[in-house]
Design a protein around this ligand. Structure first.
Ligand code: HEC
Ligand code: HEC
Length: 380
């Protein structure tokens, strides 16, 4: 009962005015990952998960039947895509870095700018969106209806006579809820295995929560507060010369309803701004969770950093500057970043801690996908 004693002591100290509420109102503490949340209207069943796995790897969910979720969330590339900017469907590329789907089942805000609230709500955007899938719901349903194995599986799992596209998203979400990474050295340490981290990593953990103040935003079991900040992440090196990415980027300005002026002049991704149209949100992105990151380079919404050394250096300098920090379009740099004055030894320890946030790689090969029904044999 030591814990509750300390807690009540804190309450007494605050009441006496000896300790300030500000020190008691700490960031949610780091912790091992708990069980994955499952929505009441989409319970996990083995048959549903198996169906979702097939669909995740199946290109027939996308418009021209050539790109599957797994093509941009490749098991061998950290269940993401290891170019700074993700591929698109044929003929286009995306405009942002592809995120890993590992552990995304824990998130309440999906995407770099947090625009979807659940895996079920996110999947249609991915499969039907102009850049990633360009599919049509009725087309996807019709394709599935001519694959006898899917017809049977949708009937068994959902009772559908004709596979329903909404159940495609449900099955995929059930599969994604199995892509969980909760056995990292860090999680083991937090569950009580004191040897799971090296002395250097433990030093890194102390810095993470102390001098380096990463905990201010990367907190709680997920290591994200799911809030939005502009850190001053610099423009990725060849962003302006990458014609394909620029075409998508310009298209997105119109699609997301920015002004004509911005469409013509903006050079960088304004992040949360596209959702709120508030100048004060320009350049802000959701704090990402930090597990599995050993497999998901490059980092940040634009893939501008390639390793943990670069990232620690960036934070050590107090973040950076971009068009949304220097007043060109906005002046929104978070006040939470300050130069950290880390010694070389401390930088190495922090990097070692970041390495402890990934455990064994989640490997999976492409499953054998069911075939369309054969055409009826010619009768004459
Ligand atoms: C053409 C590439 C592409 C395809 C195809 C694609 N994605 Fe993505 N995915 C991305 C990119 C890029 C992002 C980040 C987008 C953003 O933030 O605007 C992303 C983000 C996500 C996220 C959010 C993760 C997080 O941390 O918030 C999930 C979940 C996801 N995709 C699942 C899927 C599923 C399921 C499919 C198939 C229906 C799919 N994706 C198809 C490129 C793709
Ligand atoms: C003010 C909030 C804040 C603080 C403090 C902070 N981060 Fe971040 N972190 C973010 C945001 C927001 C992003 C995404 C930025 C973007 O893409 O533009 C990010 C991205 C990252 C990434 C890349 C993850 C990925 O999947 O691409 C790593 C690694 C990281 N931070 C580690 C750290 C470390 C280590 C510290 C402490 C030295 C720290 N962060 C401090 C908010 C913060």
């Amino acid at each position: 009962m030591k814990k509750s004693k300390t807690l009540s002591l804190a309450v007494v100290l605050i009441a006496l005015g000896i300790s300030s509420p500000a020190t008691a109102d700490m960031n949610p503490p780091l912790a091992a990952l708990g069980p994955v949340p499952v929505p009441a209207d989409n319970p996990q069943t083995p048959a549903k998960i198996a169906l979702g796995k097939l669909l995740f790897f199946d290109t027939r969910i996308g418009g021209d039947a050539s790109v599957s979720c797994a093509d941009c969330h490749m098991p061998k590339q950290g269940w993401g895509f290891n170019d700074p900017i993700s591929r698109g469907y044929p003929g286009v590329i995306h405009w942002r870095n592809s995120q890993t789907v590992v552990n995304s089942a824990y998130l309440g805000k999906l995407f770099w700018a947090g625009s979807a609230k659940s895996l079920e709500a996110q999947a249609p955007g991915a499969a039907l969106g102009a850049v990633s899938g360009n599919g049509e719901r009725d087309m996807v349903e019709a394709r599935l209806a001519f694959i006898p194995e899917y017809v049977k599986r949708f009937r068994d799992v959902f009772g559908d006579d004709w596979p329903k596209v909404n159940n495609v998203w449900k099955a995929m979400a059930a599969f994604e809820r199995t892509l969980i990474h909760d056995q990292t050295p860090f999680d083991k340490f937090m569950r009580g295995d004191k040897d799971a981290l090296s002395a250097e990593q433990k030093h890194g953990l102390r810095l993470f929560q102390g001098k380096a103040n990463c905990i201010e935003c990367h907190n709680g079991p997920l290591m994200t507060d799911q809030k939005f900040y502009n850190l001053g992440v610099p423009r990725a090196e060849d962003w302006l010369e990458n014609g394909m990415a620029q075409i998508t980027f310009r298209y997105e300005q119109y699609a997301k309803g920015t002004t004509e002026k911005l469409y013509r002049t903006i050079k960088d991704d304004a992040g949360l701004y596209y959702r709120t149209k508030e100048k004060s949100d320009m350049g802000k992105f959701r704090t990402p969770p930090l597990r599995y990151i050993a497999y998901t380079a490059p980092y940040m919404h634009n893939g501008s950093f390639f390793d943990f050394d670069e990232i620690v250096e960036f934070y050590n300098e107090g973040g950076g500057s971009n068009d949304f920090t220097d007043g060109k379009f906005a002046k929104n740099k978070t006040k939470l970043l300050k130069p950290l004055n880390l010694s070389d030894k401390e930088k190495v320890a922090l990097v070692a801690f970041l390495e402890a946030l990934s455990g064994k790689e989640i490997k999976m090969s492409t499953p054998k996908l069911p075939l369309y029904a054969p055409l009826p044999a010619a009768t004459n």
